[in-house]
Each structure stands twice: as structure tokens, then as C-alpha cells.
Design a binder for this molecule. Structure first.
Ligand SMILES: Cc1cc2nc3c(=O)[nH]c(=O)nc-3n(C[C@H](O)[C@H](O)[C@H](O)COP(=O)(O)OP(=O)(O)OC[C@H]3O[C@@H](n4cnc5c(N)ncnc54)[C@H](O)[C@@H]3O)c2cc1C
Length: 509
């Protein structure tokens, strides 16, 4: 049933040891003692040097450029150099249109940063059929090229870029926020935290809470693999391993072929280490891609530990502070596609921040409306939970997760592309989800019944609440129409937007 993992001589990714230490400390549930980097003061600051300071440049530059274009005084703080990573971000062409709509890139630049494209992606699970889907996550964006273009625009529109400058702390005053860096200080109306999921601001806001789950990823971009022009979006060919269910992703990349092995875990000692996953990856890659390891030239080896918190998107507990990008937890706990999530919310956030600055809506409750509860993200927790096998696998069918996923996707594909495509792009909609659930229950009621002890009553009750909220959000969005949209107050406008995005009604279809 299980595959023995033996040590293989190919060196692991450079980032693995540091991530392994962090993942190890999480699995041992070592207490986290976040620093108090945000303080409050009742003193007034007087005149302010900037409207917005953005800490963290990777995704921060997207909002930075958009806000600078609007004419706001924006300062972008980046502890390194503002340069994207070499590995492409996969997304869908339609999601990139926002960069044109907001006029951040020209059509020619948008074409230029899309460095790979493959027609269709496969979905399949051991022992079941395979499905092919077109135009979903099949475009590879070059982060280096994209950030270079955005940086140029940002500077042209008057933005101030402070590279190699680290955010150290902030003090919230009644009329502004004071930001301390390792090399200086500045004042602004608003601070955007775009420092990723290890942001010190988020650590303080979460008060030392451990993530509720993680997605572990290892993989590479390599040459010497068969040059297929198709991809795998979600694929599995193994039964459950001790403590985890392995899944694979593969797609053509600019410098070769990218392959990832990933799995979902809760925070428990018995879950696999990253090194064990890396060994599993090396052992199974030849079988998966039909290649001998000795024929491979490694271009990049990759790994990641993506934490997920149920309390997401995160609403920061301070005035004048808003989390964006991975730090906000607004990406799906299934895909962890933070770039895709930023594209999806970019126009909404850009408009929302513009409104908050224009209407002086910078107190905590007003900013919380810009990172609202999203039932369509919350319902996906059950799917994640269903893909995490129990640690004690007595009487556990090692193909149960594969069978369940085959049934879920059979139901999704039977419901049609209008249901399956948004789902694969992290946009769960009430109608589509209801159709899929009904499909699975009628196909294999026993399998669904077996799910209950695996996920537990508490999880199921919580999920029922989110599903109900999804239906209510959908209804509220539809019945309120665009009534008085033009003259709507800040609160009404952004509450209605929360119903739209929270029910997946923003998806263009
Ligand atoms: C292997 C791998 C593959 C991925 N593939 C995809 C994909 O195909 N599609 C997709 O949508 N997403 C993908 N992602 C996820 C995507 O890369 C992230 O969601 C995205 O990078 C998040 O950006 P961010 O700016 O929010 O956070 P980060 O990428 O973590 O960036 C944070 C930024 O803040 C800076 N910073 C941190 N602390 C400070 C400080 N104290 N002061 C100043 N600056 C600071 C950092 O230098 C960095 O530039 C992938 C991730 C990995 C690891």
C-alpha cells in the first residue's frame, strides 16, 4: 500500500532547510511570541508626508502603481530589491485583463509578460477517469518582467520606491500613521501590509496563533523531461501515504517543464517533513513524467509551506492599517494562488482604498469592509479537510481520497464548464456547488457517509453555516440590484461588493 521513500542524492531546494525548520516548529506546536510592531498613540501627527505607505513590494507594487496612477502620494518599502522571482506565476488569461482595465500595462506589455501558454490541463485521480479543461491556469506570467513594467509605471506616476529598507514598526495616531524602518521614518494616512504570510504585522494580529492547516509543495523547473504541450492542473496516481495524500501539477515553462508535488496537512507531528516530500518527489518523478533522473537538468528546485487560517481574510484590529496579498489570507486554502487572488481583487481593492482615502474612512471598521468575510472561500475548507487523511490509518481505504475526488470532479464536469471553470479558478458559486454536491451524493452516497467521521461533526456544522451564508450573500447581491449605486455611501457600496465577491458573482463566466 505505501511507497517506501529512500534517500536520493539530488540536493534539495536551497530554501528547504529554513522552511523545514519553520514547518518542524509548527508541527511541534512550539509557542509563537510575536513582537508588538504596531502601537497606538493619542498624539496628533500634523502634516503627513505620504497618503499610502506599502510595506512589501512583490504584490504590493500592483496596488502601488494603481494608487499612484490615481494621483495618491505612494511610498513603497521593500526590504530587498523590487524584482520578481524567476519562476512563472500560472493564471488564466481572463484574470489578467484587470491589468489592462486599470491601464497598468499596455496590451503589448501584457502579451510580453505572458511567457508561456498551453491549451489544456488535465484533472484526474488514481483509478478514475481524466478530464481536460481549457483556458484555466494555462498562462505563465513572468514575475520579473511584470514587476519591471509596474515599477517603471509606478515611478513615472510619482511613486517613491525605497528598496533595501525594512519595515520595523508602526504607531497609529488619530490623524495618521507613523512608520519606522531600519533606515528612517515616515508618516502617512494609511499603511498597507503586503509583507506576505510571514508579515510581522499579521503575526501580531493573529496573536501567536498557529495556522489551521498548510499546503506543502516541492518541485522544480527542469529540462530533459518530455516536452508535452499540455499540463496537469490537479493529478494523483498514488494511494494515500502515511500521513498525507500526494497530488501533482505539471506544465510547460519558459525554461523547461515545471512539476510540483503538493499535499494538504493539519499541524500535527505525524505529517510529512519537506525532506520526506522531496524524496518522494524524486522517487516518483521518473514514473510521473517518463524520464530518468540522470537525464534531467535542474533549472530551479522549488519548495513552499503555505499556511492557511480559518479567520481569513484577515481584518486587522487597528485603524489606518490594511493587509493585502498573502498577508491578508485572501487566497484560497486549496490553490494558494496568491497572485491570482490579487488579480481577482485588484480593481475592488484599488477602488476601495481610493474611496477610503477620499472619504476619510480609515478607521478599523471601515477598512474591514475592504477585506470582508468571503463565504465562497470559507466553504472550501471542507474540501481541504477531506483531502487530509487521518494519522491513524487503521481501516482506512488508501484510495478513498482519490475516489472522492473522482466523484466530485465527475459531478462538476457533468454540471458544465460554467460550474467547473470558476471552481478551478477559486470562485465557488452557490448554484454550482449545490449541483456538484447533489451529483456526488446521488453517485456514491456511501462515500459521502464515510466522509463524516473523517471530517468530523464540528467541521460539517461550520461548513453548513458557510454554505448558508454563501446562499444568503448570493441572494442579497441579486435582490439589491444596482439601486442608487452612484449615490451609495461608502458602507453600502463596499458591503454590496462583499456580497458580490463573497458569493463568486464577480466571476465573468
Ligand atoms: C513554488 C511556488 C509556486 C507558486 N505558484 C503560483 C502560481 O502559479 N500562481 C499564483 O497565483 N501564485 C503562486 N504562488 C504564490 C505566490 O507566489 C504568492 O501568493 C505571492 O508571491 C504573494 O505575494 P505577496 O507580495 O503577498 O507576499 P510575498 O511573495 O511573501 O512577498 C512579500 C514581500 O514583502 C517583502 N517584505 C517582507 N518583510 C518585509 C519587511 N519587514 N519590510 C519590507 N519588505 C518586506 C518581501 O521582500 C517580499 O517582496 C506560488 C508560490 C510558490 C512558493
Amino acid at each position: 500500500m505505501t511507497e517506501r521513500v529512500t534517500a536520493h542524492p539530488v540536493a534539495p531546494p536551497e530554501a528547504l532547510p529554513a522552511l523545514e525548520r519553520w514547518w518542524g516548529s509548527l508541527r511541534r506546536r512550539e509557542p509563537l511570541f510575536p513582537e508588538a510592531v504596531v502601537q497606538r498613540s493619542s498624539e496628533r501627527l500634523g502634516s503627513l508626508e505620504a497618503d499610502v505607505v506599502i510595506a512589501g513590494g512583490t504584490l504590493g507594487i500592483l496596488l502601488g502603481a494603481a494608487l499612484a496612477k490615481r494621483g495618491w502620494r505612494v511610498v513603497l518599502l521593500e526590504r530587498g530589491l523590487l524584482r520578481g522571482r524567476d519562476q512563472e506565476w500560472n493564471t488564466s488569461r481572463q484574470e489578467l485583463q484587470v491589468l489592462l482595465t486599470l491601464e497598468l500595462l499596455t496590451p503589448a506589455e501584457l502579451e510580453q509578460v505572458q511567457v508561456t501558454h498551453y491549451p489544456s490541463g488535465r484533472i484526474g485521480f488514481r483509478g478514475g477517469p481524466s478530464w481536460w479543461v481549457e483556458d484555466v491556469l494555462n498562462v505563465g506570467v513572468d514575475p520579473v518582467g511584470l514587476l519591471q513594467c509596474l515599477k517603471q509605471r509606478f515611478l513615472e506616476w510619482g511613486g517613491q520606491l525605497l528598496e533595501q529598507q525594512t519595515f520595523v514598526g508602526a504607531t497609529v495616531h488619530p490623524d495618521g500613521i507613523h512608520i519606522q524602518t531600519d533606515r528612517g521614518k515616515m508618516t502617512a494616512q494609511l499603511l498597507l501590509d503586503a509583507m506576505g504570510h510571514r508579515s510581522p504585522v499579521v503575526a501580531q494580529a493573529r496573536q501567536g496563533q498557529w495556522p489551521d492547516s498548510v499546503c506543502l509543495v516541492v518541485g522544480s523547473c527542469a529540462q530533459g523531461l518530455p516536452a508535452l504541450d499540455s499540463g496537469d492542473l490537479f493529478y494523483s496516481f498514488s494511494p494515500t501515504q502515511p500521513g498525507y495524500q500526494p497530488f501533482w501539477e505539471a506544465f510547460p515553462a519558459r525554461d523547461g517543464r515545471t512539476t510540483y508535488l503538493f499535499t494538504y496537512c493539519d499541524i500535527q507531528e505525524g505529517r510529512p517533513s519537506l525532506s520526506a516530500l522531496w524524496q518522494h518527489y524524486l522517487q516518483q518523478l521518473p514514473h510521473y513524467q517518463g524520464v530518468d533522473l540522470t537525464e534531467i537538468t535542474w533549472v530551479r528546485k522549488l519548495c513552499g509551506v503555505f499556511p492557511a487560517y480559518r479567520r481569513s481574510p484577515l481584518q486587522l484590529p487597528w485603524d489606518r492599517l490594511l493587509a493585502v496579498g498573502d498577508s491578508s489570507g485572501s487566497q484560497s486554502p486549496l490553490s494558494f494562488g496568491g497572485f491570482g487572488a490579487m488579480l481577482r481583487h485588484l480593481a475592488r481593492l484599488e477602488q476601495g482604498i481610493h474611496d477610503a482615502l477620499s472619504w476619510r474612512q480609515l478607521e478599523q471598521q471601515a477598512l474591514a469592509l475592504l477585506q470582508p468575510y468571503q463565504p465562497n472561500l470559507a466553504v472550501t475548507w471542507l474540501f481541504q479537510k477531506a483531502m487530509i487523511p487521518p494519522l491513524n490509518q487503521n481501516n482506512w481505504d488508501p484510495d478513498r481520497i482519490n475516489r472522492l475526488l473522482s466523484q466530485v470532479f465527475a459531478a462538476l464536469f457533468a454540471a458544465g464548464p460554467q460550474v467547473v471553470k470558476p471552481f478551478l479558478q477559486d470562485v465557488v458559486q452557490f448554484g454550482g456547488l449545490a449541483q456538484a454536491l447533489w451529483g456526488v451524493m446521488s453517485r456514491d452516497p456511501l462515500l459521502v457517509a464515510q466522509l463524516l467521521p473523517q471530517v468530523g461533526l464540528e467541521e460539517l456544522t461550520r461548513w453548513t453555516g458557510h454554505l448558508t451564508a454563501l446562499g444568503i450573500y448570493d441572494l442579497l447581491y441579486r435582490v439589491t440590484g444596482t439601486r442608487a449605486e452612484k449615490h451609495a455611501s461608502y458602507t453600502w457600496k463596499h458591503r454590496r461588493e462583499a456580497w458580490c465577491y463573497g458569493s463568486g458573482r464577480d466571476h465573468a463566466g
